[in-house]
Structure formats: C-alpha cells, structure tokens
Design a protein around this ligand. Structure first.
Ligand code: ZN
Ligand code: MN
Length: 487
C-alpha cells in the first residue's frame, strides 16, 4: 500500500482589538444589541466612503514584527468582489498583491501540542513558515433559523487580519500546536482576544495528500466551518483518512471546498473548483496606497518579549525546567506575576517559587476558574511564605495550610503563621530542656541509638515534636539528640 505525504496550510482570521471599526467610527464591541453599531459605511450603503483605521494598521504591523515578517514600504487596498447578503456593497475591502506583512513564522512550543501528543512530537522546535498577513474587514454575522435568516451588522467592518501559513504543517497535532502558539503570541501582543468561541479567531484548513516520491502537491481540499481547536484536529484527522482511502481505491481527488460537521464528525462537499468564485480583485479607488516607513519605526519599540524568548530566559536565569518555563510563560500576566514574586526576595530560590506557582497557586486558580489577575494572593506574599519554609521557620505541610488560608483571607503569611502558632521553636535552650526530659525517661531507646539504630533517632525527634506541640524545628531537634547521645 503506497504511503502518502500530508501537506497542510492554515488560513486564520483574527479580529483586532481596536476601539472602532476598520473603515468607520462605529464601536467594535462583541455582544451588543444586534444592529446598533452601524452607519452608512459599514452597512455598505451607496456613496458612503471608507476611512482607514490607523490603530488597526499599527496592530497588524506589530503582529508582523512579533512573527518576524517584513512590511513592504508601500501597501494598498483592493476590492474582492462577491455577492453575499452579509456584504451588501458586494465587495470586501482587503489587500491583494501588497499586504502589510510578508514571510515570518510561528515557533511551535511543546506544551502547545494536544496533551496526549506532547510525548511524541515529530519535529521539536519547529517554526511554521508564514506566507503573508493582510488586513481586511469582517462581514456581518448571519444566523440561520428554521425558515429564515437574521443578520447582525455590528460585526460588519470589524478589522480582521488574515494570517496565511505556507503549506508547512505535517499533521493534525502540528496544526493544533500552530494555532495554540499563534493565539498565544496574538494575546501577548494585545492585538486580538483570539477567542475561537466568540468567533474572533476563525480558521480554514487547506489539506492535500500525495504519494511518497511525488514532488508536485496533491489536489488542495479546503475545510471550512472549524470553530474550535478540537474541531481543527478532528477535521484534519478525518480528512487524512478519507483522502487516504480514496487514493487507495485509485480515485482522483479534485480541488474542492468541504464543510466540517462537528456533531457528526465528518466533512461534506460544498463546492468544487468549477464553481469557485472569480473575485475579480481590483485596487480600491476610495483608498490610496500607504507608505509604511514611519508606522514601522513607531511600532518597532512596542514589540514585547515573546513567549519563546521568555521561556529561554526563565530556564537560564531562574533555573526553571523546560516544562515550568513553558507553563509560566504561557500568559504574559502569569509570567509578570512570577517575576514580581521572584524579585520580592532575591534570597528565595526562583525555582522554589516556580514550584509553588505551578503546583499550588495555579491549582487553586484553575479549580475556581480564576485568572492570575483575579488572584487574592500578592506575589510578594507568596515569596514571603516560601522564605519561611526555606529558613526552617515553618514546615512544608504547615506552609500548605498557611497558603490555603492566604488564598481565602488575603492575609500575609506572617500574620497567619503567628495566628496559627506555627512558628517553629528554634531556641536551642528550650529544645535542649525538652530533649533532656525525653532522654531521661527512655534509657532503653538511648541504648538503641548508641547501638546505631537510626530509627530510634527518628523516634526521639518525633517525641520532641509531640512535646513541643509541633512547633519544634525537627532539624535542630535531631542535631541535639545526636549530640547528647553520641557526643
Ligand atoms: Zn459603521
Ligand atoms: Mn479573508
């Protein structure tokens, strides 16, 4: 049976987080009463003229910089002609041959792969190449009911980036990782909320199979209507199987567009190449080409430290494991929270703070469905708690108890340690008195320790802990017992 090479490319539409729409002053807001944010321009009424939204252009250029793209010195706008009720002026303003960004790539990070695929990553450290990013306007939103369709023009004219990858993706898992990594960077840059559920990140997949040894790509099949990360993965898996079966049967695949049905878990044919649109692109006479030089200079300093750069720095400077660095750098706010905690007391090992953030803090935040920005524990307070464990003031188990209360009450570690009476007795005078008493009362155990029985040594430590009601510092108690018995 012949083997096939899978080639996948993704087209991602991402709504930008601007105040207003792409070509008019209507507010860009999700969830408002339908058709309340409209004007003649975004309704596509005859004679209305578009005005460029500078913030949308800036955010697209910033996106390009984050992804290592080039911005040509001159860009322009074009009309893409087609008729749909969601675009009543019968064309979409987009960019055809001179888009805002060219080239670049998306680095895939290990934790971006589906959980069950993280142990078997085919190409670790892969960077998926990008073709281009252009800026265009979103269309109105249609909602199909039983016998009619309603349409909401609040979405019409929302600034939309189309991010086009090269056919550089080899599997469903890689496509999933690409989307996760891309989303993370868009959110880092504050350019898009990139929420697939709200439709501000939408994805089309191009997929083709060819027999091994064949250079020329197979027929391109486009998948539409993918509205979640898991849908993307499932649809690609389904399509690889479907195309493999067809090719095995000797069928010829033809260039076509298919719709993904998430409930049934299958794709169905929408149209073939013969009835593909002819968009008749032409330069938009209402918008003049734009020089980008000064915009590029203005945006350059605003490029944030990117997730992969942060991960590398956390490993190098804080001794984090690759996994810990991946988790901590997954969100910009979480990374900042962690670094504030590390900076609060430089004597506390950064790696220990990382453990507390990942195991304890994120654990309880996830449980409650809270974000790090909604966390009641301040970074310096966690640092103080970890310092108390490191200095031997409280035990690790006590620290867990203190942490739970810090989270509920918002009180500092010191306040809770005091209130709970958790301070360990490290005063050797007081501890010696306790140990002396126990030694005197248990001569047979003393003999055991002298005979080299380490377990008996632990027994003494346990007794001293009990006598001090858990407040004795176990390390110091053991030392005193050792000294008194063994000399
Ligand atoms: Zn408008
Ligand atoms: Mn588009």
């Amino acid at each position: 049976m012949p083997k096939y090479i899978v080639t996948i490319g993704l087209e991602v539409h991402a709504q930008l987080t601007t105040q207003s729409k792409m070509f008019c002053a209507c507010p860009r807001e999700f969830g408002a009463e339908p058709n309340t944010h409209t004007c003649p321009t975004c309704l596509g009424l005859p004679g209305a003229l578009p005005v460029l939204n500078e913030a949308a252009i800036e955010k697209t250029i910033l996106t390009g910089m984050m992804l290592g793209c080039e911005t040509p010195p001159i860009v322009k706008w074009d009309r893409k002609n087609y008729f749909y009720p969601d675009m009543p002026k019968n064309y979409q303003i987009t960019q055809y041959d001179l888009p805002l960004c060219l080239g670049g790539g998306v680095p895939l990070y290990d934790l971006a792969y589906p959980k069950d695929a993280q142990k078997s990553i085919a190409n670790p450290g892969k960077v998926v190449k990008l073709t281009r990013i252009h800026l265009e306007e979103d269309v109105a939103k249609s909602t199909h009911h039983d016998k009619f369709t309603t349409i909401d023009f609040n979405r019409a004219g929302t600034p939309l980036m189309e991010i086009v990858s090269d056919p550089d993706i080899d599997s469903a898992e890689e496509a999933f990782a690409y989307l996760t990594s891309l989303r993370q960077i868009l959110i880092y840059g504050g350019v898009s909320d990139a929420d697939m559920e709200k439709g501000n990140l939408r994805c089309d997949v191009n997929i083709s199979l060819r027999p091994e040894g064949q250079q020329e790509l197979g027929s391109k099949i486009e998948l539409k209507n993918l509205n979640s990360m898991s849908a993307v993965r499932r649809a690609i898996k389904y399509e690889i199987e479907r195309q493999t079966d067809a090719l095995d049967r000797g069928e010829k695949l033809i260039q076509s567009t298919r719709r993904w049905d998430d409930d049934r878990g299958e794709t169905t044919l929408m149209r073939t190449k013969e009835d593909a649109h002819d968009y008749r692109y032409l330069p938009d006479p209402d918008l003049i080409p734009l020089r980008t030089e000064s915009l590029v200079a203005r945006m350059r300093p605003l490029v944030p430290e990117l997730p992969h750069e942060k991960r590398a720095r956390f490993e190098k400077d804080y001794g984090c494991s690759a996994y810990d660095a991946g988790v901590l750098a997954s969100e910009r706010e979480l990374a900042a929270w962690y670094e504030t905690a590390v900076g609060a007391d430089t004597k506390v090992p950064a790696k220990k703070i990382a453990n507390w953030v990942i195991n304890d803090l994120l654990g309880v935040l996830n449980e409650r469905g809270l974000n790090i920005t909604e966390c009641s524990v301040q970074p310096a307070a966690l640092s103080e708690l970890v310092a108390s464990v490191e200095s031997g003031k409280i035990s690790n188990n006590q620290a867990k108890e203190v942490f739970a209360e810090m989270f509920e009450s918002g009180k500092t570690a010191a306040e809770i340690i005091k209130a709970k009476g958790f301070e360990q007795v490290s005063d050797t005078g007081a501890l010696e008195a306790i140990v002396d008493q126990i030694l005197a009362a248990n001569p047979e155990k003393v003999a055991e320790v002298k005979g080299g029985n380490e377990k008996a040594m632990n027994w003494f430590t346990g007794q001293a802990m009990k006598a001090s009601q858990g407040k004795a510092n176990p390390k110091i108690v053991t030392e005193i017992v050792r000294q008194k018995v063994l000399g």
